[in-house]
Design a protein around this ligand. Structure first.
Ligand code: HEC
Ligand code: HEC
Length: 188
């Protein structure tokens, strides 16, 4: 049987979509973000249990070049909006593993009032589990949290509405250390 040209086009389209679907496979993310999005790499954030809207927004920002990272940017550039939303739905539905980080006793004691003072919970939620476009922080990798707070303060990580950059301005280096240590240990 000979293929009509319409069938050949259909085949080409089907091939294109299956190749694209393979690129959006969450397994491609596990090498860095861990199985089910629970990272064990201090420099790489966990994705499990992050609000879906936050994950999609972060992926859009990497693709658009508003947010840059030598490892993550190339992962986002080839993804379509649908793939980004599917990956966001997948990782958002994964259960966050209990935190294995143990904050120092001083930082664990000082953390809650510092977070109160700087109003972190007003946006990130009472238990810092995130909501809508605002990320979950509880149990996130300590080094990653510290690096991101420094980066918002320096202005090297851009955020969509500028609210987070604004919130990071009054933080001292010491505040950032205490908050990152305390927050990484939440949910353990
Ligand atoms: C080669 C390693 C690597 C791979 C593979 C990778 N990522 Fe990333 N990803 C990173 C790093 C490193 C960061 C943190 C970048 C930074 O410091 O801003 C990141 C950040 C992210 C963020 C932002 C999370 C946050 O809390 O701000 C999202 C969302 C994300 N990656 C999704 C994905 C998805 C989905 C895939 C698979 C399609 C993927 N990543 C594959 C390394 C990787
Ligand atoms: C006015 C709302 C608001 C307040 C207050 C706020 N944040 Fe945020 N935060 C955000 C938003 C929105 C983002 C996502 C920014 C983006 O990537 O576009 C964010 C991102 C972050 C991130 C990056 C996490 C990740 O996974 O990439 C960290 C860390 C963080 N906030 C910590 C804090 C801490 C600590 C405080 C208190 C000192 C705080 N935030 C106060 C809104 C807020």
């Amino acid at each position: 049987m000979r293929l009509a040209s319409g069938d050949a086009t259909a085949l080409a389209v089907a091939f294109f979509f299956s190749a694209a679907a393979a690129a959006a496979d969450p397994k491609a993310c596990a090498a860095c973000h861990g199985e089910g999005g629970n990272s064990s790499n201090p420099a790489v954030p966990s994705l499990a249990g992050q609000p879906a809207q936050f994950i999609s927004t972060a992926l859009y920002m990497f693709r658009a070049g508003n947010r840059k990272d030598p490892q993550m940017t190339p992962m986002a550039t080839g993804l379509s909006n649908t793939e980004m939303n599917d990956l966001a739905a997948y990782f958002s539905a994964q259960k966050a593993a209990p935190s294995r980080h143990r904050a120092s006793p001083d930082n664990a004691a000082a953390g809650p009032s510092l977070a109160q003072k700087f109003q972190c919970m007003q946006c990130h939620g009472a238990r810092m589990l995130g909501q809508q476009h605002i990320p979950r922080l509880a149990g996130q990798q300590f080094e990653y949290l510290r690096a991101q707070l420094r980066s918002f303060k320096r202005g090297t990580r851009m955020d969509l509405d500028g609210k987070m950059s604004e919130s990071a301005q009054p933080l001292s280096d010491k505040d950032i250390e205490v908050l990152a240590d305390y927050i990484a240990g939440l949910g353990s």
